[in-house]
Design a protein around this ligand. Structure first.
Ligand SMILES: CC(=O)N[C@H]1[C@@H](O[C@@H]2[C@H](O)[C@H](OP(=O)(O)O)[C@@H](O)[C@H](O)[C@H]2O)O[C@H](CO)[C@@H](O)[C@@H]1O
Ligand SMILES: O=c1ccn([C@@H]2O[C@H](COP(=O)(O)OP(=O)(O)O)[C@@H](O)[C@H]2O)c(=O)[nH]1
Length: 520
């Protein structure tokens, strides 16, 4: 069935009038600041709302939960363990995954999915595999949105294999995020949909006033040039130290240069060491710092140049795109998605090899020394950003992706078996064990319909009264036979059992045939 109710193929679309239900799992929901992945997920939710009944699942209350409610989207708080080692492709990631599966939250996730009955599940970021694994086990289609580039290690292929196993669809936000996933199995599942933004929500008419107000607040005069660094959280990989090394040299060369740092320092020792560069050169009065600003349209307009010196391979680098959207020249380290963004927007000259502080210095120095170029590059960026990454391009890619989704209504497993001996019927949220093969067959079931599920699923649901039982069996056999029959029922349920039964039938049939030919 197509996810667009009136657009898909076949009759199912005409019959289904209501929107399919999509559960979207956010790995975090920060109460104090919003990361790129959270922002982008919320943006996607907003775009999916006309097509799906979206439900956002967050680990705790926070900013995006509030914003989602503002869009009329239901939000559910459900704690689910994360697997950061999957993103880092560490040798112990599979062991860690098994550990996570021993946590109560993993069992609760099955009950949660089973009660929510989504038609499709979307899990956001590499570090959030459990919703994908649980959903896939329950045969719910899975979209896995990949916001970061899995680290290159000898175990990267294992991380990719896990994603291949549990995702029906993979959405990467750049070539960089898709690169580790270019396996034969993943290629046909993968779509690239780069980030975008809601231009009107940034209220461009307010930018000139916002610039004035914010600069006044920071004590920046019209003639001064403000060079901005912005990150949701500040830690080593986001390259503040490189920014500071560049900034102090620029400050000494250009008396009209001022600097703004925006971001939440999660490692205060590191942050202080960064500031020491300015302290050591007695330049602290040229720097301003803001911990977090939810309304980014009040911040970027105040800047004249944006520098994004990420040392880590960025999945995309939203701050660099935002700098362009606000009409600023943007100087970046060519780390992952940042290099792609630079290429795609005609900014290759402003992409510096990662770690090359002198490269940052030379670009910023040139822009500060040439006001016309500074203005022209900013204007060009504003236009190109819309052309390449604007909402029209995003919507078209999303529309194509959604129209290709095969969605089926959630059909809970009716008969299940774990690694244990028992086959269960799943009735009204309860697992009812069959007492015997007889009771199983008597109820009209077939062994091929028994679905193998993880033991955690069995453990997660309440158990109801058994179906049938010893009586059904005692009519026919001794207790010894009963034990071996029950063993067969439980051990063989599923394909093995069916095959054995076929073989038995086959043998009986050929014996009968032989007898008949002999007597004939
Ligand atoms: C480093 C990276 O690839 N960033 C991407 C990604 O961002 C975040 C990242 O994966 C964070 O992990 P960590 O805390 O371990 O550093 C997550 O916690 C954040 O929520 C992510 O936002 O996604 C961004 C796009 O949405 C992308 O632009 C950025 O380059
Ligand atoms: O004060 C701030 C600092 C950052 N951001 C946002 O945080 C996101 C950071 O995303 P990015 O992709 O650059 O990096 P991430 O932190 O996700 O790795 C961007 O959208 C920023 O606008 C914000 O809203 N307010």
């Amino acid at each position: 069935m197509s996810a667009y109710p009136f657009e898909g193929r076949g009759t199912a679309c005409r019959l289904k009038q209501s929107k399919p239900k999509m559960l979207l799992f956010s790995h975090i929901c920060s109460p104090k600041y919003v990361t790129g992945a959270e922002k982008l997920l919320l943006f996607m939710v907003r775009e999916l709302v006309p097509t799906f009944t979206c439900v956002l699942v967050v680990p705790n209350e926070g900013i995006i939960a509030e914003q989602a409610r503002g869009l009329g989207v239901a939000v559910i708080v459900q704690e689910i363990p994360l697997l950061v080692s999957l993103y880092l492709a560490l040798p112990h990631m599979m062991n860690e995954l098994e550990e996570k599966k021993r946590e109560k939250a993993w069992r609760e996730l099955f009950v949660f999915l089973h009660r929510q009955k989504p038609d499709i599940v979307l899990t956001n970021t590499v570090v959030h595999p459990l919703p994908a694994i649980a959903a896939k086990t329950l045969e719910i289609p899975v979209i896995w949105t990949i916001m970061e580039t899995i680290r290159e290690t000898p175990h990267t292929h294992e991380a990719a294999a896990l994603i291949e196993q549990y995702a029906d669809y993979v959405v990467g936000i750049s070539e960089s995020t898709a690169a580790p996933l270019r396996t034969p199995g993943l290629l046909p599942k993968t779509t690239i949909i780069p980030p975008s933004w809601d231009h009107a929500a940034l209220s461009p008419v307010s930018w000139p006033v916002n610039r004035m107000n914010r600069r006044r607040q920071f004590g920046i005069s019209d003639g001064q040039r403000l060079i901005g660094y912005i990150s949701s959280s500040i830690f080593e990989a986001k390259g503040l130290q490189h920014f500071m090394e560049m900034a102090v040299d620029i400050a000494e060369r250009h008396p009209h240069a001022m600097f703004l740092i925006v971001g939440n320092p999660v490692d205060t020792g590191y942050f202080e060491r960064c500031l020491d560069h300015a302290r050591g050169r007695n330049l602290m009065e040229r720097f301003r710092w803001l911990r977090f600003e939810e309304q980014i349209e009040t911040i970027y307009p105040a800047m004249d140049i944006v520098v994004v010196p990420s040392l880590t391979v960025e999945g995309f680098g939203m701050t660099a795109l935002e700098g362009m959207v606000f009409g600023k020249p943007v100087v970046v380290y060519g780390s992952g998605g940042l290099a792609e963004l630079g290429e795609a927007t005609g900014n290759a000259d402003y992409v510096v090899p990662t770690g090359d502080v002198d490269g940052l210095f030379s670009r910023v120095n040139a822009l500060l020394g040439d006001e016309r170029t500074l203005q022209a590059v900013g204007e060009r960026n504003a236009a190109t950003a819309i052309q390449v990454f604007g909402i029209a391009a995003y919507r078209e890619k999303l529309r194509m992706f959604v129209s290709g989704l095969a969605i089926r209504s959630y059909s809970p497993p009716r008969l299940v078996r774990g690694t244990g001996m028992t086959v269960y019927a799943l009735q009204d949220g309860e697992l009812r064990p069959f007492g015997s093969e007889g009771s199983f067959l008597h109820a009209g079931h077939r062994f091929e319909d028994v679905r193998l599920v993880p033991d955690e699923f069995i453990a997660s649901l309440p158990q109801g009264p058994p179906i049938g039982g010893d009586n059904a069996l005692s009519r026919r056999s001794t207790s010894k036979r009963r034990r071996s029959r029950r063993k067969r029922l439980t051990r063989g349920a599923g394909r093995g059992m069916v095959q054995r039964r076929h073989r038995q039938q086959e043998r009986r049939r050929s014996r009968r045939k032989r007898r008949m030919t002999r007597s004939g």
